[in-house]
Design a protein around this ligand. Sequence first.
Ligand code: PLP
Length: 439
Amino acid sequence: MQTVDAATLREKLTGIFGAFSDPRPSLNIFGDVAGLMRNWTVHATHPRCFGLFNPSVLPVAAAADALAATFNPQLAVWSMAPAANEIERHVLRFLTARLGLDPDTTMANFCTGGAEANLSAVLGALSRAFPRWAEEGLSALPSPVGIYLSAESHDSLTKVARMVGLGRGVLRYVPVDESFRMDPDTLLKRIRRDRARGRHPLMVVGTAGTTGAGAIDPLATLADLAAGAGAWFHVDAAYGGIAALSDRLSPTLAGIEGADSVTWDAHKTLPIPMGAGMFFCRHPEAIHRAFSVRSSYAPGSVRDTVDPYTTTAQWSRRFIGLKVFAVFAELGAAGVADQVDRQAHLADLLRNLLEEHGFRVVNDTPLPVVCFTHPRIAAGEITAHAVAKAVRATGEAWISPVRLGAEPIEALRACITSHRTEERDLRALLDLLGRSLGP
Ligand SMILES: Cc1ncc(COP(=O)(O)O)c(C=O)c1O
């Protein structure tokens, strides 16, 4: 991407489009817009974009999104978009089963992303633990509550804690081990100590694929601990849910089938455009209590179907799931699994190449995210931030710096998110890293 400041872009837009006084043919509009986007966008779909969970997009997924926009069905009410709602249900039932959850008893919906799914989870937990909460709000809580999560968990939960009115203090961060996984012994001690002081354990959040290091918390152990504490067990698998699609990787999610709810973002790893979050929950009645409304102007409900506006935060609903459906339909489940395995294999290759070239890999995950450092970074001769910046400045690849753990470790992070990435792209990255580290 070329560097640019906001003033330059604003000037260009004013120059080309002004106050929209002259109507223009759409081909012209797209020519100009595509030019702006081409020059001034981080190209997430490029095979050397080792970035932040923004995958490349298959043509079938982009076409599906355009088709959804063209029909513009309203999915809020089943009877207004029966075909679209059933297409979403079809693919969600398939994915529910891949998580090891029962499609007949688990409710599932598409949403904007992981942040919305995590919000749904906390609302579900509140509604189940305190049935009067849906009417009376936080005054129905007899005591303070705690949401227990790893120190490496995603910051969307901070926003959620604020949005639901509990405040950030409700988040009880648990330290991680050397592999950046939540330490269950400390979790248990924390819950016990809080309980002795009158704090009710509302929820334990296990992260399957932390944003920084792709670490997968010990889900089976957390499921047992949460059940023992009477807490809702939520798994934030926004990134790591993808492992469920591969028979080789799915054992790394063992324990997810014991979750009360799961967040999984299709748009973080499948070759589809944003946004396609997914929320799965084993307690439809709690979710219903949290979101249920009936509006006189909405068509009535149809037997054996769900009106999504009564079970989700959204009202008007886009046909989010079509692009996910289209990718599975085109590649087949085995074809998608092959892509997942291929990306995991490339990450293994990158780890080996890095170690061969004097770097040290600092994370431990089966997912295709590789965090690494170099003796020169460890010695303070150059920062990870400066190396990432120098790599990006070449315009040939994109990586980011990352800070991991309590110590903390300053590292570089390369995430393979593109089905177009090949071994030669990894070698090119190594070359760029070498040049960016300097002599
Ligand atoms: C683990 C995790 N949870 C939640 C989120 C939020 O997801 P979204 O950006 O789709 O709202 C992210 C985003 O990176 C994430 O990595």
